[in-house]
Ligand binder design. Structure first.
Ligand SMILES: Nc1ncnc2c1ncn2[C@@H]1O[C@H](COP(=O)(O)OP(=O)(O)O)[C@@H](O)[C@H]1O
Ligand SMILES: [Mg+2]
Length: 142
């Protein structure tokens, strides 16, 4: 199954994109992870590209055993870059989103260019449906 939806490149559309993704993966064990990845990638599209300057971004989701999560933006100059952890172990406010996705995902990649825009995508494992509720234990008859 696959879905694609276009969102206006506004900050208020980031939670809308997350809800869309989590709804589609609600029956799986990784709805939260899918929501996190969409939030980070959509935030990047809005914050770092022309998508966030009156443009739009699109979200593509595929559930085929792996979860494929991709966000396409309008480009505008920069490159999506995984920033490594600081060597001194210090915390930093920015530059953690793609690093966090790279640790969560089976693989993470980028298509495109600053001119035509990028598609940043991640494959997540563990999409299998949530196990059914365990049967209620019945006390043995005495
Ligand atoms: N879609 C994108 N297009 C262009 N540059 C991007 C995009 N996503 C991320 N980047 C670049 O990669 C860097 C790292 O992204 P990220 O780890 O999400 O950190 P942050 O968004 O907090 O800066 C960003 O600072 C930005 O320079
Ligand atoms: Mg970011």
């Amino acid at each position: 199954m696959s879905w694609r939806r276009v969102f206006a490149g506004r900050v208020d559309q980031i939670p809308a994109a997350r809800h869309f993704a989590m709804y589609l993966f609600a029956e799986t064990a990784i709805a939260d992870e899918v929501g996190f990845v969409v939030t980070e990638l959509a935030s990047n599209a809005v914050r770092h590209t022309l998508s966030g300057q009156g443009g739009s971004f699109s979200v593509e989701l595929v559930n085929n055993g792996l979860a494929y999560v991709a966000v396409s933006d309008l480009g505008g100059g920069g490159y999506p870059t995984v920033r490594p952890d600081p060597i001194d172990g210090s915390n930093r406010e920015h530059g953690r989103g793609l690093l966090a996705i790279s640790k969560l995902a089976v693989s993470l990649g980028v298509h495109g260019s600053p001119e035509e825009g990028h598609t940043v995508w991640a494959d997540l494992a563990g999409v299998c449906n949530r196990p059914a509720q365990p049967p209620v234990e019945v006390a043995p008859a005495i």
